[in-house]
Design a binder for this molecule. Structure first.
Ligand code: DGL
Length: 271
């Protein structure tokens, strides 16, 4: 079991920001990554749809004998965590609980901003976690749906991206938040632009760091952590556009992605 891989999934390239953090913090571990590039974005889809997509992906990852699954997508974490926890026989880790924990630790003035997809923001799940962890905090959430296609298009520093960010973020700036949770795994790729718009005094909270720490703790507790590096190659799968994904992955990961394979994910509709 220790030698098995960790399954990581997202609607597209966003979860690579979490995979990157896992590679940094758990360098002995092998990752099997799935990006649902044919069905991105998840953020505007219903809870039932996201649960059904997440189930298919979890089934696919389990055919790869993963020892844990990381839902590297806030929308899927908000909607499908409970279902996957019930149905998978390996630990399932989400990005929202770690993100909320990091935000509660980061704020000094108790004004926390959350940005995410429509699904994540409307689920109210970050506010719910933060009410438990820091009842005195004021939480302001804003959906930024255009950020995901901008990232998938790799328009990370364009003037149009800055303009859209200014329009989305002006409200949160007005509330005087001192910390802003990047509550969508695509958003850390826009970090530079978001920081520029919010100002240097605002701390951007990327849940990926805390998520990798949580994964590390869970693997150690269950004695599932890989003790030494085995020259394993990470594996990458998508539901469409393998070459575009591969070149994007190579631009942000600390490893060389040699190949990406397309999977017919709907085949995994039944257990
Ligand atoms: N990266 C995902 C998230 O964290 C989903 C973005 C999308 O597909 O809309 O929510």
């Amino acid at each position: 079991m220790r030698e098995d891989a960790i399954g990581v999934f997202d609607s597209g390239v966003g979860g690579l920001t979490v995979a990157r953090e896992i590679m940094n913090q758990l360098p002995n571990e092998k990752i099997v990554y799935f990006g649902d590039t044919a069905r991105v974005p998840y953020g505007s889809k219903s809870k039932d749809t996201i649960i059904s997509f997440s189930r298919q992906i979890a089934r696919f990852l389990q055919t790869k004998n993963v020892k844990a699954i990381v839902i590297a997508c806030n929308t899927a974490s908000a909607f499908a965590l409970e279902t996957l926890k019930k149905e998978c026989d390996v630990p399932v880790i989400d990005v929202i609980a770690p993100g909320a924990r990091a935000a509660a630790n980061a704020t000094k003035n108790n004004k926390i901003g959350i940005i995410g997809t429509i699904g994540t923001v409307n689920s109210g799940i970050y506010s719910q976690y933060l009410r438990e962890k820091k009842p005195e905090a004021l939480v302001y959430a804003k959906a930024c749906p255009l950020f995901v296609p901008l990232v998938e298009e790799n328009w990370l520093y364009d003037s149009v991206t800055i303009e859209i960010a200014e329009r989305y973020l002006s409200e949160l700036k007005g509330y005087g938040v001192d910390s802003l949770v990047l509550g969508c795994t695509h958003y850390p790729l826009l970090r530079h632009t978001i920081q520029k718009v919010m100002g240097e005094q605002v701390e951007l909270v990327n849940p990926a760091y805390e998520t990798a720490l949580t994964l590390k703790r869970v693997l150690e507790e269950k004695e599932l952590n890989q003790l030494e590096w085995k020259d394993n190659h990470h594996e990458f799968y998508v539901s469409d556009g393998a070459e575009q994904f591969r070149s994007f992955a190579n631009s942000i990961l600390p490893c060389n992605v040699v190949e990406t394979n397309v999977v017919n994910i709907e085949m995994y509709d039944r257990g």
